[in-house]
Design a protein around this ligand. Sequence first.
Ligand SMILES: [Zn+2]
Length: 331
Amino acid sequence: MVVFDWAGTTVDYGSSAPSVVFDRVLTAAGLHLTREEINRPMGLEKKAHIRQLLSSESGSAQWQQLYGRVWNEQDVDKLYETFEATLHTAGTGSEVTCWATIWDPEQDTKRSLENHDNYAAAALVDPELAAGMPVRLAVSSALDAVAHAVESYWARHTNAVSRALALEAIRTVMGSIDQLFAGAPAAHDAMARGSMLAGLAFSNTKTTACHSISYPLTMHYGIPHGAAVAMLLAPVLACNAPAVQDLDALLGALGVADAAGLQRRIAGLLVRSAQPASLEGWGVARSDLAHLAGLGITKGRADNNPVELTPALIEEMLESIYPMATIPCAG
Ligand SMILES: [Zn+2]
């Protein structure tokens, strides 16, 4: 079985995790600790937590009995690796798409892999695995899912099925995203459902301008993928609006009246989750915008946008989110 990370990354590297995941990792190693024992060191980063569990009376006794020796650092590393393969966030819906990405900072390139053999035979979507996710990561991952759905809705390759899935995905995520700040389990459930529906939508259509323009922002400045695509949603919406079929249904699902409203809504979510809502805030140099704009046209994404993208138009969009100001095409 291959288990996908919903955000396509392991960006919560080192952070704390829910007890259900510790339970699975320990059970796989043959150890059985109670939920109370597992929760005792809660709040530590994962490796420190594993050491505490193995040092506990029950943990060390079971280890000795199972393996005939005391545990060591290599054992901790092994358990930790299992963790990284089973702990997930939320966003890409990669469990239901045929896409994968390869990032090569040395070559300054990002490649998309597309192969129908990449489709999983079955996908297991368990929102409980996202329970320990930091709010910042949860919000940017949720916004990534929204971008997948929105872009699928207006893509040149859009169709009736992907549009229906996309609208439901957007409603599901945007309707519950505010509850992520309170860590509500129902919100994680909605994000899991929304990101899966968005994954089904864009597995039909691919993404468009937001993703295409975002890649160099992530590559050069380390802006988390979800935050980078989210900042681009409003400026791209403003430019695409005249070419979007049934724009009102899209705006209704997003819960905004226009691109300016979307800009405010997304900026609010980013700022509330302690993330900058402008390129300047992420440390981007203004003198880099023209270069970044040139890199923003990627094959298969840019040419799937309903409105033709040019480096000049992309530069205008980047200017508009550096810092927050009026967005192009919005009048
Ligand atoms: Zn994405």
